[in-house]
Design a protein around this ligand. Structure first.
Ligand code: CAA
Length: 400
C-alpha cells in the first residue's frame, strides 16, 4: 500500500532540522555568505541534534530513522541554506551511507560509528582537476606495498575538505586497467586527515555556496593501511556510483527546500509590492512564475519521496534517483531565476535572499552528475542502452 502521510518520526525529524536551521543558521547566513565564511558551530548543532546520523541504524550510533526522514532533513536545511545541506549531504549521503553499505564490521565500528554520532566528519573524494563527469578519467593511484597502499593524486571540488576527518578516496590499483579505461582497476579507500602526506586547501571565488567549505585535497605518498580498503580491490567504480545514489538523493530532496524558500520569499514580496496600483501577485505573468514554482516543488517532492520509499525497502533506485536529482535541481534553478525576476531590481541586490538562492541553485545542476549526465542516463535506460546489474552490496533496507 502506498501511504502519503508522514509518520510521527518523519514529522519529528523535520521539526528538529527546521528548529536547528532557523535558530542557528537563519540569523547569520546572509552575513556568512557575504563574507565567504563557514559556520563551524553549525556542524556542532547538527551533532547535538543527532542529525548527523539520522538514517544510520542505532547499532552504528545513528538515530535509526528511515530514508524519507533523511530527505525531509535535507529539505528543511536547504530551505534556510544550501551550504549547510551540501555539508550534510557529503557527510551522510556520500560518505556514511557508503560505509554502511560497503564497510566491513571493523570499518563500521571504527569509522561509521563516530561519524553517525557526529564526533567525526566524513567527505568524498572522486572528482579531480581533470575528471568530473568522466569518473574513469581520474589519475589518483594506490600502489600496494606490503600491508599498506601508497596513495598519490589530487582531488578537487571536495566539500568539507578542510573540515572533514575522514575522506573516501577513489584511486587506480591496477594501472594496466587504467590504460584501457577498465573501471575494474579502480578501488575505494578510507583515508584519515591525520595521515602523513594529506594536505587540503580551500577554493575561493565561487559563484554560490559561499558559506560552504569547498576545497581540494592532495595525497602525496600517503600510507593507508590495507584494512582501509573499502569493499574489494576493483570495486571502486561501483562503490563510487553507489555513493552517488545516496548523495544525489539528498541533493534532490534539498533542492525542493530551495524551491520552497524561493516561493515563500516571493509570496511576502508579491503580496505587498505594488505596480499599476495593485500587488504584483495579481498580475498574470507573476502568477505564472508562482505556478511554475509550485509545480516544481510538488512534483519534485513526489520524485525524491519515491526514491526514499525504494531505499526503505532495500530496492535499487539508481534510475529514479537520477531522475529526481535532475528534475529537482533543474526546478530549483528555474525557481531561483523566477524569484529574482519577481523581486525586480531588489532581486539583483543582496538586500533580499533570492540573490543568494539564485547563485546557490547553480552548483547542484553541475555536481553529483550534471544535468546532461542525467539526461543521458534517463534516455539510455529507456532505450535499453543502460540496465542495472546486480551489485554485491546494496544499501540496507530500513529496519523499523
Ligand atoms: N551502484 C552500484 N554499481 C553501479 C551503479 C550504482 N549506482 N551504477 C553503475 N554501477 C556499476 C555497473 O553495474 C557496472 O559494473 P559491472 O561492469 O560490474 O556491471 C559499473 O558500475 C559501470 O557502470 P556503467 O557501465 O553504468 O558506467 P558508465 O561508464 O556507463 O557510467 C556515467 C557513466 C553514468 C556517466 C557515470 O560515470 C557517472 O555517473 N558520471 C558522473 C560522475 C559524477 O557524478 N561526478 C561528480 C561526483 S562528486 C561531486 O559532484 C563533488 C562533491 O563532492 C559534491
Amino acid at each position: 500500500m502506498i501511504d502519503f502521510e508522514l509518520t510521527d518520526d518523519h514529522k519529528s525529524a523535520q521539526q528538529i532540522a527546521r528548529d536547528v536551521a532557523h535558530k542557528y543558521l537563519k540569523p547569520r547566513i546572509a552575513d556568512l555568505d557575504r563574507e565567504n565564511k563557514n559556520d563551524p558551530e553549525f556542524i556542532k548543532r547538527l551533532k547535538d541534534a543527532e542529525l548527523l546520523g539520522v538514517c544510520i541504524p542505532q547499532k552504528y550510533g545513528g538515530m535509526g530513522l528511515d530514508y524519507i526522514s533523511l530527505g525531509l532533513v535535507c529539505e528543511e536545511m536547504e530551505y534556510v541554506d544550501t551550504s549547510a545541506r551540501v555539508a550534510f549531504s557529503v557527510h551522510i549521503g556520500l560518505n556514511s551511507l557508503t560505509l554502511l553499505t560497503w564497510g566491513n564490521e571493523f570499518q563500521k565500528e571504527k569509522y561509521l560509528v563516530p561519524q553517525a554520532k557526529g564526533e567525526k566528519i566524513g567527505t568524498f573524494g572522486l572528482t579531480e582537476p581533470a575528471a568530473g563527469s568522466d569518473a574513469v578519467g581520474i589519475l589518483t593511484t594506490a600502489k600496494k606495498a606490503g600491508s599498506k597502499y601508497i596513495l598519490n593524486g589530487e582531488k578537487m571540488w571536495i566539500s568539507l575538505s578542510e573540515v572533514a576527518d575522514m575522506f573516501l578516496i577513489f584511486a587506480w590499483t591496477d594501472t594496466d586497467k587504467q590504460k584501457k579505461r577498465d573501471h575494474t582497476g579502480l578501488s575505494a579507500f578510507i583515508v584519515e586527515r591525520t595521515f602523513k602526506g594529506v594536505t587540503t586547501g580551500s577554493i575561493t571565488g565561487k559563484l554560490g555556496v559561499r558559506a560552504g567549505k569547498t576545497g581540494w585535497s592532495a595525497l602525496s605518498d600517503v600510507e593507508d593501511p590495507a584494512e582501509n580498503l573499502l569493499g574489494n580491490e576493483g570495486e571502486g567504480f561501483r562503490i563510487a556510483m553507489s555513493c552517488l545514489d545516496g548523495g544525489r538523493y539528498t541533493v534532490a530532496a534539498g533542492s525542493t527546500g530551495l524551491i520552497r524558500a524561493c516561493m515563500d520569499a516571493c509570496k511576502d514580496y508579491a503580496l505587498t509590492r505594488k505596480t499599476f496600483e495593485v500587488p504584483i501577485a495579481q498580475h498574470q505573468l507573476v502568477k505564472e512564475m508562482f505556478a511554475e514554482m509550485i509545480y516544481g516543488y510538488e512534483a519534485g517532492q513526489y520524485l525524491w519521496m519515491k526514491v526514499g520509499w525504494l531505499r526503505n525497502k532495500g530496492m535499487r533506485s539508481t534510475r529514479e534517483t537520477s531522475l529526481a536529482k535532475w528534475f529537482c535541481t533543474d526546478q530549483a534553478e528555474k525557481a531561483a531565476y523566477n524569484a529574482v525576476q519577481i523581486h525586480g531590481a531588489y532581486g539583483f541586490s543582496d538586500e533580499y535572499p533570492v540573490e543568494r538562492f539564485f547563485r546557490n541553485s547553480k552548483g547542484a545542476a553541475i555536481y553529483e552528475g550534471t544535468r546532461e549526465i542525467h539526461k543521458l542516463m534517463q534516455a539510455d535506460y529507456y532505450l535499453g542502452y543502460r540496465t542495472d546489474h546486480p551489485v554485491r552490496c546494496m544499501p540496507p533496507r530500513w529496519e523499523e
